[in-house]
Design a protein around this ligand. Structure first.
Ligand SMILES: Nc1ncnc2c1ncn2[C@@H]1O[C@H](COP(=O)(O)OP(=O)(O)OP(=O)(O)O)[C@@H](O)[C@H]1O
Length: 249
């Protein structure tokens, strides 16, 4: 099967600037403290290949670099070292409310988001009803109201409904399933299953062992920015739980 995501030696270095306490000498001669810049590597030498149709779950503790890696694959962040090659478009089910404008109506936002993600006017018209149906009756009732009037769960519903309707071959999913209510989560699972059945590739970040086992056949384990294990999901979770000192995530 063909490789659709190939990461080789990927490193991301973040800068953390901090201003030191002023020294008397600096106060006298400069009037301000000099700024020292610290850096740290959020990802370090990460490498893997993902094949078309694979369902891969990414695990790791808080701050281990999971979201950063997804942003690199989505093309939002460029790596400081190494390369990432992505064959085909990516549908980012991450930070789902990010691109929406609070003062615009839900209807306008739906059009803008779908358009920005590459759907044509005809495609949006054709899919409009399905997208709103998926988002649910509360979102439908609020279609002509400002987006900011939606509850945060409803905002996520609309975002998921738009992005999951895209034709992209690769889907990145980051903890969005943790936000919706139970009924909506089930709808999202069903949609993700049908995307997989159609041969799309799924890259999922989650702290839920249940979700990871349901979708991920293969697991990647990030620890402090380094990929410490790449293998069958069960084995990766066992190692992760062992490191965390728990039996369940
Ligand atoms: N823009 C940024 N500038 C500086 N540091 C950042 C930035 N974005 C993330 N970080 C840091 O990079 C590290 C990795 O963050 P990341 O969000 O990728 O972790 P994560 O594994 O997704 O964590 P979580 O499970 O808590 O969501 C963290 O230490 C975080 O504070």
């Amino acid at each position: 099967m063909s490789v659709v995501i190939s990461a080789q030696g990927v490193g991301i270095e973040f800068y953390t600037s901090r201003r030191r306490k002023m020294q008397v000498r600096e106060l006298l001669f400069h009037g301000r403290a000099s700024t020292s810049t610290d850096t740290f590597w959020a990802l370090r030498d990460v490498g893997f290949d993902i094949h078309r149709g694979e369902a891969v779950g990414l695990v790791g503790g808080n701050g281990s670099g999971k979201s950063t890696l997804l942003k690199v694959i989505a093309g939002v962040l460029l790596p400081d070292t190494g390369t990432v090659r992505v064959d085909g478009g990516v549908a980012p089910l991450i930070e789902l409310t990010g691109g929406f404008r609070g003062e615009l109506t839900c209807r306008d936002n739906l059009w803008i988001q779908a358009g920005l993600h590459g759907l044509s006017k005809d495609q949006i018209e054709e899919r409009f009803e399905d997208i709103v149906d998926f988002a649910g009756p509360q979102v439908r009732a609020a279609l002509d109201r400002p987006y900011r009037h939606l509850s945060s769960g409803m905002q996520v519903r609309l975002g998921f409904a738009v992005i999951s309707s895209l034709d992209e071959p690769i889907f990145l999913v980051d903890e969005v399933l943790a936000v919706g209510d139970k009924a909506f989560r089930e709808k999202c699972y069903t949609r993700m299953e049908s995307l997989l059945a159609e041969g799309r590739t799924l890259f999922l970040v989650s702290h839920s062992e249940k979700d990871l086992k349901r979708f991920g056949t293969r697991g990647l384990y990030l620890r402090a920015g380094e990929l410490v294990m790449d293998g069958p999901m069960d084995e990766v979770l066992a190692r992760y739980n062992e490191d965390q000192g728990t039996t369940r995530a």
